[in-house]
Design a protein around this ligand. Structure first.
Ligand code: GDP
Ligand code: IMO
Ligand code: MG
Length: 427
């Protein structure tokens, strides 16, 4: 069975880009199914480093067809500049396919995202300011603009009018901003039409035919399980479904086609933006994780909040995604700690809780219960097999595997494509 989902098991930035790129050579299609350019996926190939926001990481593998599915929100200006940036570096992007049903992030969606956050003040989500939430809100409100609308000026104008009717009232009367002119937006969007035309396709048909032909399709999630609009730490989440089910709706592929769901899991935890984070560290250990792990956002340049590994979250990710495997990343970052605490449960109002509490109030009060595992000091970045790892690193991986509820099938020991230990093959 040839369809795999690869997704973030924590709060994003687990190393999905690297993992996707690694599998790129063995898959025929790499599909983004949700999110937009709020994502920042870093791929390191040899001495070249790429930061991808909207394009699937498969774009760097010539044999692979990259697909932007219907569930993604597309900012055309970002997409075109990402494409031309890659072209300048010699990457062929001509195979890209974009769903005509994907929604467009319009300039007013970006404005609304920024204005809303400012208005929320202390209560803000800490969004990436890329217009993601307002674009998905328009989609659900049925006033969104889709890629295919760029090819019918009359429909596009009517839809932009409908969307701005209400938004201009809010912008001018509530937020004290200037109204946005319909003609200006339509003109800007129409200017993208010809440039995007070669890529626009019926991606649902293409992907289902590919699966019928036994091609291998990899669905690459953006963000992560705890940022999921339904299953994450709402309201401190993104506005889409990064969890496994999102791959079905966001690409138009039935759940019976999915054979494997791989959770990308960092050997510690990070989070960007606001919201609860039980194992967050505010001491020199947190600072060291940030420094050694280069934990700075690829999209917004914000410092990532850092903390120890949280097995409660990993177990939850296994459950809500039906994970078949984990890809454990950044194990090398933990080299040098004598003892490594791992959160095995929470204490909530004096009670020990083993699973992610269903109530947000409880989660806000959750204090980590730690078990401490012995660390290692040897450089592990050259390790090629599990047995190359020092005993304590092996035991750390085994302990995480046992607590997290799915086999760890690969381990990242550095950012490069080849800095990976493969235990079980994914395909
Ligand atoms: P994504 O959003 O999940 O694709 O992850 P990001 O690219 O935002 O952040 C992950 C960072 O960790 C990137 O800078 C990667 O190059 C880097 N990285 C990925 N895997 C490893 C690993 O195993 N070890 C180290 N040291 N860095 C890694
Ligand atoms: P990748 O794919 C980490 C966070 C933002 C904010 C919240 C909502 O690189 O893992 P949004 O702009 O989506 O409305 O912001 O979600 N966020 C991410 N955090 N990695 C990401 O993507 C993220 N995309 C969004 O920081 O807290
Ligand atoms: Mg990222």
């Amino acid at each position: 069975m040839p369809a795999l989902v690869l997704l973030g098991a924590q709060w994003g930035d687990e190393g999905k880009g690297k993992a996707t790129d690694l599998l790129g050579g063995s898959v025929d299609y790499v599909v983004r199914y949700q999110g937009g350019n709020n994502a920042g996926h870093t791929v390191v190939v040899g001495d070249q480093k790429y930061a991808l926001h909207l394009l699937p990481s498969g774009i760097l593998t010539p044999e692979c067809t990259p697909v932007i599915g219907n569930g993604v929100v597309v900012d055309p200006s970002v997409l075109l500049s990402e494409l031309s940036g890659l072209n300048e570096r010699g990457v062929d992007t001509s195979k890209l396919l974009i769903s005509g049903n994907a929604h467009i992030i319009t300039p007013y969606n970006v404005t609304v995202d920024k204005v809303t956050e400012r208005f929320l003040g202390k209560r803000k989500i800490g969004t990436t300011g890329r217009g993601i939430g307002p674009t998905y809100a328009d989609k659900i409100n049925r006033v969104g603009i889709r890629v295919q609308d760029l090819y019918d000026e009359s429909i596009l104008t009517q839809k932009v009018e409908a969307a701005l009717d209400v938004k201009n009232q809010i912008l001018t009367k509530l937020y004290n901003r200037r109204a946005i002119a319909v003609e200006q937006v339509v003109e800007e969007l129409l200017a993208y039409a010809d440039k995007l035309a070669p890529y626009v396709a019926d991606t649902v048909l293409v992907l289902n035919q590919a699966l019928d032909d036994d091609k291998v399709v990899l669905f690459e999630g953006g963000q992560g399980t705890l940022l999921d609009i339904d299953h994450g730490t709402y309201p401190f989440v993104t506005s889409s479904n990064p969890t496994a089910g999102g791959a079905c709706t966001g690409a138009g592929v039935g759940p019976t086609k999915i054979s494997r769901v791989i959770g990308i899991l960092k050997a510690y935890t990070t989070r960007v933006g606001a919201g609860p984070f039980p194992t967050e560290l505010f001491d020199e250990d947190g600072e060291a994780l940030r420094r050694i792990g280069h934990e700075r956002g690829v999209t917004t340049g914000r410092d990532r909040r850092c903390g120890w590994f949280d097995a409660v979250i990993a177990r939850y990710a296994t459950r809500v995604n039906g994970l078949t495997d984990f890809f454990l990343t950044k194990l090398d970052v933990l080299t040098g700690w004598e003892q490594i605490p791992v959160c095995v449960a929470y204490e909530i109002d004096g009670r020990r809780v083993e699973e992610l509490p269903y109530s947000q109030t409880d989660f806000h009060h959750a204090k980590p219960v730690y078990e401490t595992l012995p660390g290692w000091s040897e450089d592990i970045t050259k390790a090629k097999s599990f047995s190359d790892l020092p005993k304590n690193a092996q035991n750390y991986v085994k302990a995480l595997e046992e607590m997290s509820g799915a086999p760890i099938s690969a381990i990242g020991v550095g950012p490069g494509r080849d800095e990976t230990i493969e235990i079980n093959s994914f395909i």
